[in-house]
Design a protein around this ligand. Structure first.
Ligand SMILES: Nc1ncnc2c1ncn2[C@@H]1O[C@H](COP(=O)(O)OP(=O)(O)OP(=O)(O)O)[C@@H](O)[C@H]1O
Ligand SMILES: [Mg+2]
Length: 306
């Protein structure tokens, strides 16, 4: 008699059809050091990213210029500032998503655990595995809840048996505080979930491939206050293990969840037609909200200008 109640448990996992690189390919050598780095991270919060003179242009037109800042490991860093100041643009620099936008060019240096993220030996696919992203609008795949989570690990060859994959899916859903909501309907289509659940599913999907960093671009802007609160609680739990960068227009949210806040503006001085995003200041969040060093930050966080 079999001791295995589920005969499918030992089935080999078939690879999904995808144009991505072949499964089982070992990680680029640069990023093998990351797991080790996570294991030895100290309370002193070493930088996960070091930005030096980072700028981005689209079709030759500058959108963001001269950003230099560090982003600490296992902390939550908030990007705030008016629309068009380049928050999403800068976030996309951190996992090379701008590479996918025709005409986008990045200058300056983005250091990731001391490596040049844009160096010739770095594999952009590995970067996006290590540095996950969650978008403003939840974007589940038109698949089952289970398959949404399982897709990335399958592509990356992270599970050779069905039982391993089941474990990865359960772990990711538990980390995203979604397991109890969905454990009885894993085969249901993800589109049947509420918006807040879909966003937590997208977070679980990002976590399933064991990233090092989570980038979140206005992840709660489409959610009600209860779902928003759940995502904020989740972020505070996740920062024990992950470095998180969040873009938000919600000042209370930045104040509630982030350790440090970076404030950006749209600089119009360069000329009537030119709108260039610039970093004004980056400091501990309580300082940004109570005693910023720049008058423009104070005006923005107190709602004098938008
Ligand atoms: N794909 C693109 N092609 C051309 N220009 C772009 C592209 N994405 C952003 N931009 C331009 O770059 C500038 C910064 O845009 P970005 O979306 O980064 O701002 P943001 O701070 O995220 O704004 P919001 O708060 O409205 O989301 C804007 O002037 C925008 O028009
Ligand atoms: Mg944006």
């Amino acid at each position: 008699m079999s001791t295995n109640p589920n005969p499918k448990d030992d089935e080999p996992v078939s690879e999904p059809q995808t144009e991505s690189r072949p499964a089982q390919q070992p990680p680029a050598p640069h990023f093998e050091a990351v797991a080790e780095h996570r294991a030895v991270a100290t309370a002193a919060a070493p930088a996960v990213f070091e930005l030096e003179g980072v700028g981005v242009s689209y079709g030759g037109k500058a959108a963001l210029a001269d950003v230099s800042m560090g982003i600490a490991s296992r902390e939550i860093t908030a990007f705030i500032g008016p629309s068009g100041c380049g928050k999403s643009t800068l976030l996309r620099c951190l996992n090379r998503m701008n590479d996918l936008i025709p005409g986008a060019a990045v200058v300056g240096r983005v250091g990731y655990h001391g490596e040049d993220l844009y160096g010739p030996r770095v594999d952009a696919v590995q970067v996006r595995k290590r540095i996950g992203m969650v978008f403003q609008k939840p974007n589940p795949f038109p698949k089952s809840i289970y398959d949404n989570i399982a897709f990335g690990p399958k592509v990356l060859g992270m599970a050779s048996r069905r039982s391993d994959l089941d474990g990865i899916v359960e772990r990711a859903l538990r980390r995203a505080a979604l397991w109890d909501d969905v454990k009885d309907r894993l085969k249901d289509n993800a589109f049947g979930m509420s918006g807040g659940q879909q966003q937590r599913l997208c977070i679980a999907r990002a976590l399933a491939v064991e990233p090092d960093v989570l980038l979140m671009d206005e992840p709660c802007s489409a959610l009600d206050p209860i779902s928003t609160g759940r995502i904020e609680d989740l972020m505070l739990e996740l920062k024990e293990e992950y470095s998180i960068v969040i873009v938000t227009h919600n000042m209370q949210q930045a104040a509630r969840v982030s350790d440090t806040t970076a404030f950006f503006i749209v600089d119009l001085r360069a000329g009537e037609d030119e709108r260039i995003g610039r970093l004004v200041e980056h400091a501990p969040t309580d300082r940004i909200f109570t005693n910023p060093s720049d008058r423009r930050t104070e005006d923005y966080v107190t709602g004098k200008v938008g």
